[in-house]
Design a protein around this ligand. Sequence first.
Ligand SMILES: [Zn+2]
Length: 882
Amino acid sequence: MRTNQPQTIYLKDYRVPVFLVDHVDLRFELFEDGARVHSVLSMRRNPDSDSSDTSVELNSDTLTKLESLSLDGKELGIDAYEDSVDRLVIHDVPDHFELGVVTWLEPQNNTRLEGLYQSSGMFCTQCEAEGFRCITYFPDRPDVMARFRTRIEADKASFPILLSNGNDVEKGDLDGGRHFVTWEDPFPKPSYLFALVAGDLVEKRDSFRTLSGRDIDLRMYVEPRNSDKCDHAMDSLKRAMRWDEEVYGREYDLDIFMIVAVDDFNMGAMENKGLNIFNSSCVLASQETATDMAFQRIESIVAHEYFHNWSGNRVTCRDWFQLSLKEGFTVFRDSQFSADMGSPTVKRIEDATMLRTAQFAEDSGPMAHPVRPESYMEITNFYTLTIYEKGCEVVGMIHTLLGPDMFRKGSDLYFERHDGQAVTTDDFVRAMEDASGRDLSQFRLWYEQAGTPELTVKDEYDQAAGIYRLRIDQRIPDTPGQTNKKPQHIPFAIGLLGADGESLPLKLSATDADEPTDRVLELTEASHTFEFHGVSECPVPSLLRNFSAPVRVYYPWTREQLMFLMSHDPDGFNRWDAGQRLAVDVISGLVGEAGSEAVDSGLTEAYRGLLTDTSLDQALVAKMLQLPSEAYLIELADKPNVPDIHRAREKVLGHLATALRDDLLACYKRNSVEGRYEVTPQAVARRSLRNTALAWLLHTDDEEGRALAESQFAKADNMTDRMGALRALVNSGYEQECKQMLDAFYEQWKADPQVVEQWFAVQAGSSRTGGLSRIRELMSHPAFDWKNPNKIRSVIGVFAGQNLPAFHAEDGSGYRFLEEQVRRLDDSNPQIAARLVSPLTRWRKYAPVHGEQMKKALEAIRDKSGLSRDVYEVVHKSLAGQ
Ligand SMILES: [Zn+2]
């Protein structure tokens, strides 16, 4: 992986593989001091390739040591092939041949967590995107799909459980206390979907009967201490399996479906065929140890990985430029699933918040790239919000444009046409076009052009003619390597409201017989004007309902209009959005020199209305009461000074907490109903409301609030309430009480890594307790572990991503701290190091007092010797002139 000048790989250079692999026979010998991997590949010339090259190329990595190589049973001498750091070329091969490869690995020393490695004593793998080459020499690209047979041999006492993809076809004992299990996967798959697990794990079993009546064996494997944290994931899995049958007509195909939880994992989870491997934090949950948010996240990730069995595994990506083919579509599927399981409006708010806060930032920064990138250096850097979340929005817009029935026809055609193939995003769009008869040629620009479209909306009302005109101009900002972009095809959902809050009919011409109160306009031109006829009064427009496209909308709303929409818009998303826009307007108005001005009483009254009107949807109210985050305010600001934004937001929060004290207490008490813990939208909303009320009360160091927090902490029977009380106190001025509570919490939960991660995060993310000295203390805490990505994320990642006033301290100490950690991690785990750099990459956005120091930190990282390709790419792109 170490190379001085990382190569850029281009989509335009794609060629079909010259040789294919039909079958892979693997034998893993696992030992304490290493692993030997015997591989036999049945290879043949690809009839679709026009190359006459007689050399075959395999990928490799510094983690693999080649022990022997043979062709059709004959050992190859060193002059028969060329072996460089990352590839091996064998000359003069016939059209059909068997290639034997033996490699030696040291999984116990693999800190990159790619390929085969050890975590808490067990062996596990991570092969996406290019991890299989860290196990053996192989044409490691997704368009090479093969059938795998895998035999695993290990010590029986230490590794009683031996797992791989497919069905177990043979098992038995070997000499020396060892045993073996052989697995066969009948479905051809790319090597990135290969998986192996060996360990001393407990098995939790369940079963699922498919719609066609087949019984599927469901198994979860976890360490014994986690055996009581599997039920939620198992239930989520069964719900996801049923949902995919009902909504997409997709049934599971193998006889066994397995999930394994692993503590040390770079990603959230991995959809290996029949053997999903999860980061423990994304699958293990009990009421006592996981918050409501974690319960919901687990449900959606379990579903996501399961859904990949069709959108990703049965139909996979031709090359890594097509990553969004599987990720965008699967995130869309898991979003629909979560919306169906809970509150669709709340789910939409959560998705849009993430997109507008983080993906829009990515889309306007130095790493901006299209949903289907044109080039990359290190593919693991492209597991981004753009590929996943914007990719999901792009699929969602197709769903909006086609409607649910046509969309389903399109997805049926896509699966039918491409089952067993490795295809492109273009193939996906074509299936949608062919099924629906719609022309999506302009729509394809969403895959090709980076950057967030900006829509400027102007309106006028002609009272005499009863015509309301809406003019929408779209502009797509320049991004690295892309200028002068073409207008995109954007579904723009709207409604119009009359003065009494009623929805007005939307007639697009005087003779329009259709009078819906909700319409999806289709923008295709740089400037588009729509006329609505028969409009009897000057309306308030409700724009981009349900966030129908991932765009920024500019319209000169007055605060009165926003307050009106907050209480009248029938579109729940836009109600919430109006509240956000109002709060953003008020907070932004108090940044910097205006900091001493009074907080608009309109905002206070709007929030009072939310707190006291119990007839409102409480799940929506719980979301509406969340003030826009600092990260979002920074995203919206031009050359932001972060400490100033922090102060303005704190001031508004303090003002609201003081002015609404009695309403907050009443809200707290009203929502403190006893009863069995449940994760329903209503119950989640209740806990969210009472914990928000508590947080606000403690923001002003309210005595009664402190007493409530302490008693809630002591009595809580679930992690949401326990953590809610702890977080409120951590962010208050009650230092002594806070310290006691943190110590008590740690004492109680120190044996549980997932809870300790939450304990780290609540401190690292607090602008009250999470100063740099505290961060360094946390990093020298015995529970902190440099080899464990979750610990790194929960302290260093949370500090740089959430504790923004400390990270952006004016003396630059936060930036230098991150620089130091990235340099250190680059040697052991470059993937995680490259992710951690991200907050520094947008140095150009910030006020110069910040930007210059961020740039210096990036330069210091750039100058580290032996910099990994992962970090090299991010840092060089960030420093390059646009
Ligand atoms: Zn995925």
